[in-house]
Design a protein around this ligand. Sequence first.
Ligand code: EPZ
Length: 433
Amino acid sequence: MDKFLIRGGKPLNGTVEISGAKNSALPCLAATLLTAETVTLHNVPYVKDLITQRRLLEDLGATVLTPELHTQKVSAANIEIFEAPYELVKTMRASVLALGPLLGRFGQAKVSLPGGCAIGTRPIDLHLKAFEQLGAIVSLEAGNVVARAPKGRLIGAETFFEKVSVTGTENVMMAAVLAKGKTTIHNAAREPEIEDLAELLNKMGAEITGAGTSKIEIEGVESLGEAEHTIIPDRIETATFIVAAAITGGELTIENCQPKHLTAVIEKLRETNVEIIETDESTLLVRCPGKNLRSKDVTTEPHPAFPTDMQAQYMTLMTQAEGASTIVETIFENRFMHASELVRLGADIQISGNTAVVRGKSNLMGAPVQASDLRASASLVLAALAAEGETLIDRVYHIDRGYERIVRKLGKLGASIERITDNMSNGAEQTTS
Ligand code: EPZ
């Protein structure tokens, strides 16, 4: 199991290029199942979750070519299997995104019910309820969700989400594009990744309006065709690097990003005294002179509010701010596991239910810590970069799921970070400086 060895205390300086958005590439790759024609996706991040998603498509019978590292050309002409097996789904719950396209194009789908994960139970009941509203018959058989359209084709309908669900909205959009008639999704998620998926689907011939708002309308069509699409930049990676610049007192130029996808985060970080300058529509200049951060409260909520995927990184930043800050997590029921690891590094954090109170400024001192999930790993890396001395982070396979070449990117900015693998001889990525 890989570890990161980080020697903190060095300001990060220089330029970093943001990779494609993991949480857009995952549904977009699933959407390629909706046509027998070739769909080409550019700016696909080279991260573990996308390697898993590609394997799922190939297991279903699709052909996936990678003409260059960040491009995937998919042809789902010969889909013979309509099942996403437990072995795959248990490693990545986003495999449930195969449900919508398989049901929409073939009228049948069988996907292992995803287990919970570190941050919560993460049910998919709302996905299934929406499929039923489109006429599907859904049952649970031996741990698998089995869905089928009685006459081989779903029927467009009004669907309503009791809770905003990102992949729920994506799954229903992909099921509805080939349904007979019109579908309206009420209380839809508004994340930029939803808009990106809708843009790809419309390029394939779908008729979707309202993506990015809480009401999405879809006119079912007979079939979808080939398309070429570039995935949006990863807004959470962008925000993570903004925090990296601030917490180390460095100065970063962040390229290939989309600041307009991050307004709530940028606003909040400016309140804490981080200087964020939009030098153009895809570049940010970030610095935090003297690292004199102010503590500011935050509550996570669905987009366009402050995203839950930035909560852990923000908590780390607040350990370096003067005063007390209150962080309320409203999306997931167990997303504070990074807090106890931050306390091991010297942070002062009190948890009560879904509320964390962080008191700073703490002098963080390096120590061995353990990652628990993707964003918690990022928060520990940020803390290690700010801490005095050495921090050894275990279970960094979590971070490899969603951050492309994080060791190389940080190393190029002056961080002293090294990947330690069980057998050094396999030439694993390592950067020390
Ligand atoms: C997506 O997960 C993201 N993953 C998550 O990012 C992100 O944290 C989350 O949206 C919230 O923004 C991908 O896009 C692949 P939800 P998703 O359905 O869709 C409850 C990361 O770090 N709920 O919006 O699974 C659910 O339990 C990951 O990149 C139901 O109760 O999240 C949660 O409390 C972590 N029933 C809330 O709704 C359902 O059927 C929001 O979940 C579906 C969801």
